[in-house]
Design a protein around this ligand. Structure first.
Ligand SMILES: [Ca+2]
Ligand SMILES: [Ca+2]
Ligand SMILES: [Ca+2]
Length: 176
């Protein structure tokens, strides 16, 4: 029985991911157009689902929220190493996973838990999974009213760009 469930899940994952990848590619402008595309503008367009011209915390976190639900296969509110590994296996081609193993890279499920499991219970709760996105949003929402306005989003992207530039000037590769 669990086999059938897993196959259905993998299919659903693949479909969702396929959609996500397509939209990510569509959002990526061709190189010659890149300079004319405002990253703040496209961020607002992608996240402002109620169309009020600013991005609320819930709107900003929606993609992460959907991803959490997707990874929490049994819906108990926690992502286990096993759940993450299964999703990873469904998303990443076998030959890529084989290469990662050959290079001695740590188990992706374990890495995922290690990164996000702050209370050390060995699994990732919703709040733990959302934490990096919440912090990211708070950095953007400098006024702290729970909404990232156009000005705030633009300032945030300017700052990011400036930091990337500084890193390049210091001869360091930008963080990946
Ligand atoms: Ca909005
Ligand atoms: Ca779970
Ligand atoms: Ca935890």
């Amino acid at each position: 029985m669990s086999h059938t469930k897993d196959s259905a899940l993998s299919l659903a994952l693949a479909a969702l991911l396929g959609g996500a990848i397509v939209s990510a590619e569509a959002a990526q402008p061709p190189a010659e157009q890149a300079a004319s595309v405002n990253p703040a503008e496209s961020f607002i367009q992608q996240h402002d689902t109620d169309g009020d011209g600013k991005v609320s915390q819930a709107e900003a976190l929606a993609p992460q929220e959907a991803r959490f639900k997707q990874l929490d296969a049994d819906g108990d509110g926690f992502i286990t190493s096993d759940e993450f590994s299964k999703a990873f296996a469904a998303e990443v081609p076998a030959e890529v996973r084989q290469k990662m193993k050959e290079r001695g890279m740590p188990d992706p499920g374990e890495t995922f838990i290690k990164e996000l499991d702050k209370n050390g219970d060995g699994k990732v709760a919703r709040a733990e999974a959302m934490q990096p996105s919440v912090e990211g949003f708070n950095q953007m929402d400098t006024g702290g009213d729970g909404f990232a306005t156009r000005d705030e989003v633009e300032a945030f992207f300017r700052k990011m760009l400036e930091q990337a530039r500084q890193m390049q000037q210091q001869g360091q590769p930008p963080a990946k």
